[in-house]
Ligand binder design. Structure first.
Ligand code: FAD
Length: 563
């Protein structure tokens, strides 16, 4: 296989390439670079596309492509074209190591997966595909019913603690921006395979190569449903509104069953893919003495700007058409050593009320596939560690989050509290130069010439004292971060930026210990998995961890290592 790096195309705002047309353009370019005829190309695949706007207003599209040839020697072609961006590569192919269809003596109980978020769904998908007929237990509703419940919550503020933005089919990522990038290295090919599974189940093909792949909540909901149907078709089962509230253990501490209400479901392999918001389940695990340790995470606020301001800063164009709305990524360290960074940035998105408990309020970000809301939003979060949690308890991080979420709920009286950054800053520094919302709004419109720049939110909001939510040192770290970011993106620290809170569910407050076989260090047959267990952060890494754990589960079943 030949890899060509750095195929460069200059951006033309009037040209929009879809998947097929860009393939054609690049195939012709590749043949030219390799000095062969297009007829010699047997297979062609775009591996990566990124945008280089460092020399704006000139913007470039940079591609990496893989080509295999027919009737011609690939090494010879590479040698001949003498180009440092052209080389022979060995493509990574993901292979699931076991197939239960091949096992003659099938005495095992089916594996059970707790949670139908990306980790649980991908774990279930690959296990089902290879004959293991898993059972998935999900506390929330199926995605259609869940969508109705969430819409009702956003309209009325009446929370359903069983199905909400955190719980239900598809997990926390269902009402999301559907960003599919990850920092996790893909040396085993799980990442690319996960993207292919997304495409096989209805996602657009460009996620296979985009450096910042994105689906949007509307498409993601169908993908999740299609994945569930495949699992069932392959002999698996998915039960909704089935919360696991206990684990049955043998005398020697191995999993023998799971408790759902009054029913005990026998099993020897249970995958714990519960996400970071299953607080009651973490308490159940603590009671069962499953080994867990507190871990650092981050808290902060969502910050909204007009998307046009971000586009202009990133691309030099306020309303790009073919490029789409611009993303950004910001990071800094404060004088006191705290990390402050942007997280889960949603171009053309909405801030959502992402709460899951009564009397507590948490926010997050979401977008539709078109990313066409007028605002860009991102969490700006500050690292916190167990020293900040106020107790040595293993679950102190959960109580720390709960306190902040109670304050956010009170600040907005149940609605998302929003504050202009200028007012936030004045209140924290003790200066009495607060302005009214109306004053600020009219100046804001004038400054950015944007009449529509009000919060883009799902769930009611109210202007309130967001600065009352976090402790002073975290508020000060947030301000330091915002001021620094103002030097990176002009206008970022404008006093008219909108700040809402609280962003408290950024990652799990605990890690569940896992051994070299993917199992809990002290409860055999229990496989901690995904974000809640502390092994992933985001949809893609959770999906990849789900696939990895599926391999361990298959191994335990096939090798029948149980005593
Ligand atoms: P989860 O997705 O949290 O899934 C866990 C599942 O387990 C839940 O469905 C839950 O109901 C279920 N469960 C919990 N306890 C039990 C129990 N006892 N019994 C039965 N079921 C149980 N990440 C990105 O990469 N890109 C984004 O654009 C993005 N946007 C986001 C937007 C929002 C609004 C939110 C909330 C999150 C977003 N994230 C995003 C984060 C991403 O959703 C998570 O990282 C990811 O979903 C974690 O996957 P998971 O499977 O480990 O856990």
């Amino acid at each position: 296989m030949i890899r060509i790096n750095q195929i460069k195309l200059i951006h033309d705002e009037n040209k929009f390439y879809d998947y097929d047309s860009i393939n054609d353009v690049l195939k012709t370019k590749a043949a030219k670079i390799l000095r062969i005829s297009e007829g010699n190309i047997e297979s062609f695949e775009i591996i990566r596309h990124s945008i280089d706007a460092r020399k704006k207003p000139e913007i470039y599209h940079i591609y990496i492509v893989d080509v295999s040839l027919k009737n011609i020697n690939e090494s010879g072609v590479v040698k001949k074209c003498k180009n440092k961006d052209v080389s022979i590569i060995e493509p990574v192919r993901y292979v699931f190591p076991y197939d239960y269809q091949d096992i003659a003596d099938k005495k095992d109980l089916r594996p059970v997966i707790i949670g139908a978020g990306p980790a649980g769904l991908f774990c279930g998908y690959v296990l089902a595909k290879h004959g293991f007929k898993p059972l998935i237990l999900e506390r929330g509703a199926n995605v259609d019913k869940r969508t109705e419940i969430v819409e009702h919550f956003w309209k009325t503020g009446e929370i359903d603690e069983t199905s909400n933005v955190q719980f239900g089919e598809g997990g926390a990522g269902t009402f999301s921006d559907g960003k599919l990038n990850t920092m996790v290295k893909d040396k085993d090919g799980r990442g690319r395979t996960a993207l292919k599974i997304f495409v096989d189940n209805g996602a657009p093909k460009d996620i296979l190569y985009d450096a910042k792949p994105h689906i949007g909540t509307d498409i993601l909901r169908d993908v999740v449903k299609n994945m569930r149907n495949s699992i069932i078709e392959w002999g698996g089962e998915v039960r909704f509104e089935s919360k696991v509230d206990g684990i049955e253990l043998s005398m020697n501490g191995e999993v023998t069953g799971l408790k759902v209400g009054t029913e005990i479901i026998p099993c020897n392999e249970a995958v714990l893919a519960i996400g970071h918001s299953a607080r009651d389940t973490f308490y159940m695990l603590k009671e069962k003495k499953v080994e867990m340790t507190p871990k650092p995470f981050a808290v902060g606020f969502r910050v909204e700007h007009p998307q046009a301001l971000i586009n202009f800063s990133q691309y030099g164009i306020a309303s790009p058409k073919a490029l789409g709305p611009a993303p950004y990524k910001l990071t800094t360290t404060t004088d006191s050593g705290r990390g402050v960074y942007s997280f889960c940035m949603c171009p053309g998105g909405f801030v959502v009320n992402a709460s899951s408990e009564k009397g507590r309020l948490a926010v997050n970000g979401m977008s539709y596939s078109k990313r066409d809301s007028s605002n860009a939003n991102s969490a700006i979060i500050i690292t916190v560690d167990p020293k900040d949690f106020g107790s040595d308890d293993v679950l102190a991080g959960i109580e720390f989050q709960r306190k902040l979420e109670e304050k956010a709920y009170k600040a907005g009286n149940g609605k998302i509290p929003v504050e202009y950054y200028g007012n936030f800053k004045a209140a924290v520094s003790g200066k009495d130069d607060k302005q009214t919302v109306d004053d600020l709004l009219s100046q804001y419109e004038e400054d950015f010439n944007l009449k529509e720049n009000t919060p883009s939110m799902r769930g009611d909001h109210v202007f309130a004292n967001v600065h009352d939510i976090l402790p002073d040192d975290l508020n000060n770290a947030f301000i330091q971060g915002m001021e620094k970011f103002g030097s990176m993106i002009k206008g970022y620290n404008s006093e008219y930026a909108l700040v809402s809170g609280v962003e408290s569910r950024t990652s799990s407050p605990v890690r569940i210990g896992r051994d070299e076989n993917g199992q809990s260090v002290n409860v055999k047959g229990l496989f901690p998995c995904g974000e809640g267990a502390g092994y992933a952060g985001g949809i893609m890494s959770a999906a990849m961890d789900g696939m990895k754990i599926a391999e361990y589960v298959a191994e335990r079943i096939c090798k029948n290592e149980k005593k």
